[in-house]
Ligand binder design. Structure first.
Ligand code: CP
Ligand code: NVA
Length: 330
C-alpha cells in the first residue's frame, strides 16, 4: 500500500513510520532534481501558508519561504513582535484564526506543547520548525545528505558530539532509530539525552535493527563512524550564563582534525548550522574575549575541510521542507 500523509502535521519524527520517512526522503530527492534542472513545480498554487517564528532563523525561514514560492503558494512571515499571539491572544484563539485563513502553519519556538496545540486547534497541517525538544525538518535534510554521500544508510554509524540532549541530538537519535542506523551520543554524562527518550528509541531500534549507543569516550564515539555531527553548546532559549559551564563540559568533545582522524576514512562532517567555528560572529568574539576560545564545537579547518558537507546539508533544508509541505498539503 502506498504512503499517504496528506492532512497530517509534522511535529516530531516519533509520529511517523519508517516508510513515511523514506517516502519524504524520496520525494525530497525528486524535488531537488526538479529544482536543479529548472522544472517548474507550482503544485500548490492558490494555497497560502504562515510562518510563525518566536526564535530567530536563517535556514528554516528561507527554506520555508523559497519552497513555498516554488510550490506556487502565498507566504506570510510573523515574528514574535508582529502578531498578537501569546500577548493579547491565546494560542488557541490564534490557531483558530490562522486555520481559517491559511492552508498550513510553520512554528518555531520553545515548548513542544505549543506546536502540538497549534495543530490541535488550527485544523490544518502544522510543521515544527524547531522547538526546545525537536527539530524534525532538519533531520530530513541531514539524512538526505548522508544518503547522497553513501547511498545505503542502514547500519551506518552517526555520532553526535557535544550537547547530546538538545533538540537536534534528540531528533537525530529518533531518525537513526527509525531508519536502522547506528546512533552514538558522545558527550559528558551531564548532557546525555533523557532516559525516557533513549528507552523509546531503543524500543524502535529493536524493530528496525538500529543501535543506540551513549558514551563519554571520544575515541569510542568517533571509531568507525561515517558521520561526525555537532551543534552549538548553548541553544536558543537557554540562559547565556550557561556558556561557562558548557565550555568546561563540552570542550573535550570539539570536532577537530584529531577526532576526524579517529573516524572511518570516508567519514563526513555535518552541522545543522549556525556554527561557532571562528571569531567572525558577535557571540564567537565575545566567547574568545571571555574564555580565550577561538572556535567552539568544531575547528575552522574541519568546518571548511574536504570532508565537510555542511552547505549541501543547508541547501537540502529547502528540498526536504518542500517535500513535507507538498506531501501534507497536496
Ligand atoms: N539549522 C537551522 O535550523 O538553522 P536556522 O536557525 O538558521 O533556521
Ligand atoms: N540546538 C540549536 C539548533 C539551531 C538550529 C538551537 O536550538 O539553538
Amino acid at each position: 500500500m502506498g504512503v499517504n500523509i496528506r492532512g497530517r502535521s509534522f511535529l516530531k519524527l516519533l509520529d511517523f513510520t519508517t516508510d513515511e520517512i523514506k517516502y519524504l526522503l524520496a520525494l525530497s530527492a525528486d524535488f531537488k532534481a526538479m529544482k536543479r534542472s529548472g522544472v517548474p513545480h507550482r503544485y500548490l498554487e492558490g494555497k497560502n501558508i504562515v510562518l510563525l517564528f518566536e526564535k530567530t532563523s536563517t535556514r528554516t525561514r528561507c527554506a520555508f519561504e523559497t519552497a513555498g514560492y516554488d510550490l506556487g503558494m502565498g507566504v506570510t512571515f510573523l515574528d514574535q513582535n508582529s502578531s498578537q499571539m501569546g500577548k493579547k491572544e491565546s494560542l488557541r484563539d490564534t490557531a483558530n484564526v490562522l486555520g481559517r485563513m491559511y492552508d498550513g502553519i510553520e512554528y518555531r519556538g520553545y515548548e513542544q506543547k505549543v506546536v502540538e496545540d497549534l495543530a490541535k486547534y488550527s485544523g490544518v497541517p502544522v510543521w515544527n520548525g524547531l522547538t526546545d525538544d525537536f527539530h524534525p525538518t532538519q533531520m530530513l535534510a541531514d539524512i538526505l545528505t548522508v544518503q547522497e554521500e553513501f547511498g545505503q544508510i542502514r547500519g551506518r554509524k552517526l555520532t553526535f558530539f557535544g550537547d547530546a540532549r538538545n533538540n537536534v541530538a534528540n531528533s537525530l537519535m529518533v531518525v537513526c532509530a527509525k531508519l536502522g542506523m547506528h546512533y552514538c551520543a558522545c558527550g559528558p554524562k551531564e548532557q546525555m539525552p533523557k532516559p525516557e527518550l533513549v528507552e523509546e528509541c531503543r524500543r524502535i531500534a529493536q524493530e528496525t535493527g538500529a543501535v543506540i549507543e551513549l558514551t563519554d569516550d571520544v575515541r569510542k564515539g568517533a571509531g568507525n563512524a561515517s558521520v561526525l555531527y555537532t551543534d552549538i553548546w548553548v541553544s536558543m532559549g537557554e540562559d547565556p550564563s550557561l556558556w561557562e559551564e558548557r565550555i568546561r563540559l563540552l570542550k573535550p568533545y570539539q570536532i577537530n582534525a584529531e577526532v576526524m582522524a579517529m573516524a572511518a576514512p570516508d567519514a563526513v562532517f555535518l552541522h545543522c548550522l549556525p556554527s561557532f567555528h571562528d571569531r567572525n560572529t558577535t557571540v564567537g568574539e565575545d566567547i574568545y574575549q571571555r574564555f580565550g576560545l577561538a572556535c567552539m564545537e568544531v575547528t575552522d579547518d574541519v568546518f571548511y575541510g574536504p570532508r565537510s558537507r555542511v552547505f549541501d546539508e543547508a541547501e537540502n533544508r529547502q528540498h526536504t521542507i518542500k517535500a513535507v509541505m507538498y506531501a501534507t498539503l497536496k
